[in-house]
Write a protein that binds this ligand. Structure first.
Ligand code: BGC
Length: 557
């Protein structure tokens, strides 16, 4: 380590979901040229880096998390030349660029999988994936009882070249996303090349998809009790405190020790490149002390803090998850990360006001019980973000949260595209509601998402009022709240600070000092008297020195 000065220890990393960020060519799908055109807006917001969800060649069965060529751009999003322009311009603006790496599975249209299908049982090509014989007299039953995260079984049977029913292949996600066999050295070699391809192009790092799933337990044993299938290993998204202290029995396909060798290997590769290039783990494991294994000094640099994301808006729960995070990541010399929204979860401007349990990945729609009051949701979201951005470490933002966007609940059924929706026979709405193209200009077609009216998911008409150009310059807007928080975070060096808890405000209040800033978050409904000190930021307008419910302030200490 080179001390605690690397950029990623303190960075605010903004997630771009390329399909829904900005569309330059008007086909209704966001693209790389669109991203380039909007980089100045991100610089103005004050973020340090962007993470781009996949833009690789893909049949788009899981919105690009089904990759058919890891070293090219899907024509939907542009070309490698467009990528290079985007990267250069981001770097010129001082913004680092992290790309998404999807190593657990490929698309079923990837040439490796097509070759595996053609080559038949026992071939080297099949050995790159998880092909197995079925059970039952004629191999008609799947090799084990595993279930797909998106619902339904995790195995699909192929038809062999001679037309007979043949082997089964494993897919922890959609049928079109066959799992690679990471015990195969050939697979490891290919991914070293893929990492090098993007590192040579100048990317600052990788967000590693399903970083807890790549190695499966030897013998692929049945999993009891059978997996619910809807969660990536996380728990309730709303009501119960999310941290636990006991590791639950791991499923035979999550968090197997063998994954860590892969990341040690990749870390060595990254270390041969100049600059601080990073690996960030998407590892839905429990508890935080387990997550910290992914960021030991010779492995990855960051891991997403999903325990924080899953914590309800409750002072005691926040206090414990923050302590547990700082302790777990601190114990291995890694910064804690913080995150409230991403492309897989209900946006926090809605999630924090859900009144019934909602499992991660299930999503919400018109028939979901306990739908949120949007006013309460936005108010809590603004307070929750104001708390998060005062914490030491690195924070992730998801595009559109700086506009206060809620989850879109009433998408027409025929517009929904998430495989979860189809694989559960419409029982789970899935994740489309957090993926709707974002509004930039109130009075432009598709609210400035692109030059045409087209938008791959329909945008709610109310989003005109949330467009960036309406919010900019309005001191009470969510956009200005985020911009101010990011500015103060830098000026007060909060990301390198420490949390010192302050008592005396009551059970509904989480209060702490970080350096020369005092943060007070009222998660309850009763107003609380504020102490002295200049008010630096407030998530809602204040009436005197009283902190209303669902509000966070930063005071000069
Ligand atoms: C990504 C999801 C994706 C899944 C399969 C996840 O963790 O974030 O969007 O569907 O991996 O690649």
């Amino acid at each position: 380590m080179t001390g605690n000065t690397e950029w990623w220890r303190t960075a605010v990393i903004y997630q771009i979901y390329p399909r829904s960020f900005a569309d330059a060519n008007g086909d209704g799908m966001g693209d790389l040229a669109g991203i380039t055109s909007r980089l100045p807006a991100l610089e103005q917001l004050g973020i340090d880096a962007i993470w781009l969800s996949p833009f690789y060649t893909s049949p788009q069965r899981d919105a690009g998390y089904d990759v058919a060529d890891y070293c090219d751009i899907d024509p939907l999003f542009g070309t490698l030349a467009d990528f290079d322009v985007m990267l250069t311009q981001a770097h010129d603006l001082g913004i680092r660029v992290i790309v998404d790496l999807v190593p657990n599975h490929t698309s079923s249209e990837h040439p490796w999988f097509q070759a595996a299908l053609a080559a038949g049982p026992g071939s080297e090509e099949r050995g790159r994936y998880m092909f197995r014989e079925g059970k039952g007299d004629n191999g008609e039953l799947p090799p084990n009882n595993w279930e797909s995260v998106f619902g339904g079984g995790a195995w699909t049977r192929v038809t062999e070249a001679d037309g007979t029913p043949g082997q089964w292949y494993l897919h922890l996600f959609d049928t079109t996303q066959p799992d690679l066999d990471w015990d195969n050295p050939w697979v490891r070699e290919q991914f070293r090349d893929i990492l090098s391809f993007w590192l040579d192009r100048g990317v600052d790092g990788f967000r590693v998809d399903v970083a807890h799933g790549m190695i499966k337990a030897a013998g692929l044993p049945d999993y009891f009790p059978p997996v619910e299938g809807g969660s990536m290993g996380g728990g309730s998204a709303t009501l119960e405190p999310a941290i636990s202290t006991e590791p639950p029995a791991p499923a035979p396909y999550w968090a197997q020790d063998g994954v860590h060798d892969i990341y040690r290997d990749w870390r060595e590769l990254l270390n041969t490149y100049p600059g601080d290039r990073i690996l960030a783990a998407e590892a839905w494991v429990d508890p935080l002390s387990q997550v910290a294994k992914w960021v030991r000094p010779d492995e990855m640099h960051q891991a997403f803090n999903f325990a924080y994301l899953e914590t309800p808006w409750n002072a005691a729960a926040l206090h414990s998850v923050i302590d547990a995070s700082l302790e777990a990541f601190g114990a291995v010399g890694a910064p804690s990360t913080w995150v409230l929204s991403n492309h897989d979860v209900v946006r926090h401007a809605s999630r924090l006001a859900l009144t019934a349990e909602n499992l991660q990945g299930h999503g919400i729609g018109p028939k979901t019980p306990g739908l949120p009051d949007p006013v309460v949701g936005l108010r809590r979201a603004r307070a929750a973000t104001s708390l998060m951005l005062a914490l030491p470490g690195s924070s992730y933002l998801y595009q559109g949260e700086e506009l206060g966007l809620p989850e879109v609940i009433d998408l027409p059924d025929d517009a929904r595209q998430d495989p979860t929706w189809f694989r559960t026979n419409h029982e789970r709405y899935g994740r489309d509601g957090c993926r709707v193209p974002i509004p930039w200009e109130a009075n432009s077609p598709s609210y400035g998402f692109g030059p045409s009216e087209q938008s791959w998911l329909p945008q709610p008409t109310e989003w005109a009022d949330l467009a960036r150009d309406v919010q900019i310059g309005d001191p009470n807007s969510t956009l200005e709240l985020y911009t101010l928080a990011l500015k103060l975070r830098r000026e007060h060096n909060l990301a390198l600070g420490a949390v010192e808890w302050l008592d005396g405000y009551g059970a509904d209040v989480a209060a702490f000092r970080n350096g020369d800033v005092i943060v007070i978050a009222n998660t309850g409904t009763e107003p609380v008297d504020l102490p002295g000190g200049d008010i630096l930021l407030s998530s809602e307008p204040l009436d005197g020195r009283v902190l209303p419910g669902d509000t966070t302030v930063w005071l000069a200490a």
